[in-house]
Design a protein around this ligand. Structure first.
Ligand code: OSB
Ligand code: MG
Length: 369
């Protein structure tokens, strides 16, 4: 495939409500959208880097610079571009998986649109709809939390994830369990907010039969997670620690986790995400699809990924209105607690030009030299 130009636009979209985690509070989403302009199709990829490097080292300003100065020149040097050849062609740039994932996804989308194949089919999806979970931020009080959770359950969400941090863990979990009962699928996410010395405190979550605890310890502390797994009964799931299929294999081998959160941006793209899915399936480790407050563009691709067979737990894949008043695509909506997997070619959705224009703060375009 020939790529005539790459366009990167920066969007700024207010969130419907502030999202507080152990990392900080987000009130708006600033993000990059990558478009690959080819003779026969435009392909789209969303870069999930956030405005500040709190979740991982990547952030919007540097992702834009890396795409412009290091990734796009390598893309044009490829001549004939295919999605499969992208990652090998970008290995001389270390790191920056979110920037790489956005560009690879734009290429993959364009390629699949030309071939008339949906991303879901290309990846090996086996479901027409995926269970929707929702990630609930830290609130000012337990009554406020119960109100937010009750609202999401009324909407039909099939799983609740509570963000936790030291000082906001056992009591909110107890309150949600007591109010909504033992059948609620409930899990927590610490975003690396604890230390191994907190192990006995985290064991106090054991009686609440959580599906999992996500990333309790530091990103690089696989041995700590393995040790923690021997102390707490709640299954450990890793998010930040898993950066590739290789790191997933190591984490599983060490006993650092028994469940994996797959975020395509964190691992460099949907092709690596599928490799992690396959590797985990072969080892009997369930996976689920994480989220990064995506717009409809990133969400469409995540929904396709979550339709693969070993995505057996509900993902952080919520309806558009949980994040944005007006999404840049037709909104994803809940149908009986599920989101439908797009069936059109590529990611199966397109930005709505007027909405896209209204949230765009800048556009850069680099033609093939
Ligand atoms: O840790 O899973 C996380 C959002 C931004 C950064 C990190 C995380 C999250 C979420 C939200 O939990 C998931 C979503 O998009 O709904
Ligand atoms: Mg997480």
């Amino acid at each position: 495939m020939k790529v005539d130009a790459v366009e990167v636009r920066r969007l700024r979209m207010p969130l419907v409500s502030p999202f507080r985690t152990s990392l900080g509070t987000e009130t708006e989403r600033e993000l990059l959208l990558v478009a690959a302009l080819t003779p026969d199709a435009i392909g789209w990829g969303e870069c999930v880097a956030m405005a500040e490097p709190r979740y991982s080292s990547e952030y919007v300003d540097e992702a834009e610079a890396v795409i412009r100065d290091h990734l796009v020149p390598r893309l044009f040097a490829m001549g004939d571009v295919t999605a499969d050849a992208m990652a090998p062609s970008l290995t001389t740039v270390k790191g920056h998986p979110m920037a790489k994932a956005a560009l690879e996804t734009a290429i993959l989308d364009a390629q699949l649109r030309v071939a008339g194949v949906s991303l879901a089919d290309h990846l090996g999806a086996v479901r027409a709809a995926v269970d929707a979970g929702v990630s609930v931020g830290i609130t000012d009080s337990i009554p406020a939390l119960l109100e937010v959770v009750a609202g999401h359950l009324d909407e039909g969400y099939r799983r609740i994830k509570l963000k936790i941090e030291p000082g906001w863990d056992v009591e909110p979990v107890r309150a949600v369990r007591e109010r909504f009962g033992d059948d609620l699928l409930l899990q927590v996410d610490a975003n690396a907010g604890y230390r191994l010395a907190d192990a006995h405190h985290l064991a106090r979550l054991d009686p609440f039969e959580l599906l999992l605890i996500e990333q309790p310890l530091a990103d690089d502390d696989l041995l700590g997670h393995a040790e923690l797994a021997g102390i707490i009964a709640t299954p450990i799931c890793l998010d930040e620690s898993i950066t590739s299929a290789h790191s997933a294999a190591v984490a599983i081998e060490l006993g650092a986790c028994t469940i994996v959160n797959v975020k395509p941006g964190r691992v460099g793209g949907y092709l690596e995400a599928r490799r992690i899915h396959d590797l985990c399936a072969a080892r009997g480790v369930p996976v689920w699809c994480g989220g990064m407050l995506e717009t409809g563009i990133g969400r469409a691709a995540n929904v396709a990924l979550a339709a693969l067979p070993n995505f057996t737990l509900p993902g952080d894949i919520s309806a558009s209105d949980r994040y944005y008043v007006a999404d840049i695509t037709d909104p994803f909506v809940l149908h009986d607690g599920r989101l439908r997997v797009p069936t059109g070619p590529g990611i199966g959705v397109d930005p709505i030009p007027d909405v896209l224009r209204s949230v765009t703060v800048s556009v850069e375009r680099w033609p093939r030299p």
